[in-house]
Design a protein around this ligand. Structure first.
Ligand SMILES: *[C@@H]1O[C@H](CO)[C@@H](O)[C@H](O)[C@H]1NC(C)=O
Ligand SMILES: *[C@@H]1O[C@H](CO)[C@@H](O)[C@H](O)[C@H]1NC(C)=O
Ligand SMILES: *[C@@H]1O[C@H](CO)[C@@H](O)[C@H](O)[C@H]1NC(C)=O
Length: 291
């Protein structure tokens, strides 16, 4: 009984200590975060279940819950203590959103917190941001979920501090993922930032994020022209029809499907290398033109 009382007292004092640091100004382009609400346990290899007040659509699958996992990722079906990233395409059976997947241990320093919003300024700001990045959608956010890893340490590297955030934004139909980065420490451990899906039907790896020496650059890179921010639309398959003119030097017969398949894979790889998400490419028509 005495032990239990001491234990409770300790917990209370830790919480009130944290309370003093709430309402801190979000650094850089971070969405607001809280160092108490939804803080996850100060332990290695941990994972927190979050029941969502609105479902989140991720590439056609509807989720009513997610797990904020210590090691820099969100999963949906089950908690994950995976600290070694599986580089996409991993062809695994689950969806994962990983702002920075690596071996994180917040026992020496760092706070992981999350918060859901269904009203207020955060929704207005998310609406503004998404309309800025996707001007054709007339989007109005009705739900925002923010998970923040604030000044967290890497496992066995106490004192390292990395800050990053993943923001899920939805109107019930369309959904988006924002990843925000502040100072990110380099590490010799395996790292990865991006997302992967069931059987890797869709995936994305932020360029340079799979090398622990390059990850400090996450603070500076972007696909929306905002340093330290990456944004993805993730509700469903979107089909875009594009025309592409390429010069081939070694195929005489492009009506042969094997040849077309080969070229399609090359084009796909080229697009991914240039920072577009992996996608299914279908060839609609091939036309021969004179150079
Ligand atoms: C996660 O933290 C909770 C709360 O401290 C604890 O009960 C649970 O055992 C931990 N889980 C793991 C896998 O460490
Ligand atoms: C909303 O955006 C404005 C302008 O960028 C910013 O000053 C403000 O802090 C943001 N508020 C919240 C709650 O995110
Ligand atoms: C990021 O940009 C800032 C300002 O331009 C620069 O000082 C810094 O060296 C850059 N950091 C990295 C890791 O590229």
């Amino acid at each position: 009984m005495r032990f239990l009382q001491q234990h409770l007292l300790l917990l209370v004092s830790v919480l009130s200590l944290n309370q003093g640091t709430t309402a801190q100004k979000a650094p850089g382009n971070f969405y607001p975060f809280d160092s108490v609400a939804g803080s996850i346990a100060v332990e290695d290899e941990n994972s927190t279940y979050v029941g969502l007040s609105r479902p989140f659509v991720f590439f056609g699958r509807l989720y009513h819950q997610l797990y904020v996992n210590n090691n820099g990722h969100l999963s949906f079906i089950q908690p994950s203590t995976d600290f070694i990233p599986h580089p996409p395409p991993s062809y695994r059976g689950e969806d994962i959103i990983a702002p920075l997947w690596t071996d994180i241990d917040i026992s020496p320093n760092g706070v992981i917190s999350y918060k859901e919003y269904t009203e207020g300024v955060v929704l207005a700001n998310a609406t503004r941001d998404i309309n800025l990045y996707f001007p054709d959608l007339s989007f109005t956010a009705t739900w925002v979920f923010v998970a923040t890893w604030h000044r967290v340490a890497y496992f066995l590297q106490p004192g390292t501090e990395s800050s990053f955030q993943v923001v899920l934004i939805s109107d019930g139909y369309l959904s988006f993922v924002l990843m925000n980065y502040e100072d990110v420490a380099p590490t010799a451990d395996l790292v990865l930032a991006g997302y992967d899906t069931v059987n890797s039907a869709r995936y994305f790896v932020i360029p340079d994020s799979s090398d622990g020496n390059s990850i400090p650059n996450l603070k500076n890179s972007s696909n929306v022209n905002v340093p330290g921010r990456w944004v993805f639309r993730v509700d469903s398959e979107q089909e875009t029809v594009v025309g592409l003119r390429i010069r081939v030097t070694s195929y005489s017969d492009l009506t042969e499907s094997g040849n077309i398949l080969f070229i399609r894979e090359k084009v796909k790889q080229e697009l991914v290398d240039r920072g577009l998400p992996s996608m299914e490419l279908k060839v609609r028509r091939v036309e021969k033109t004179t150079p």
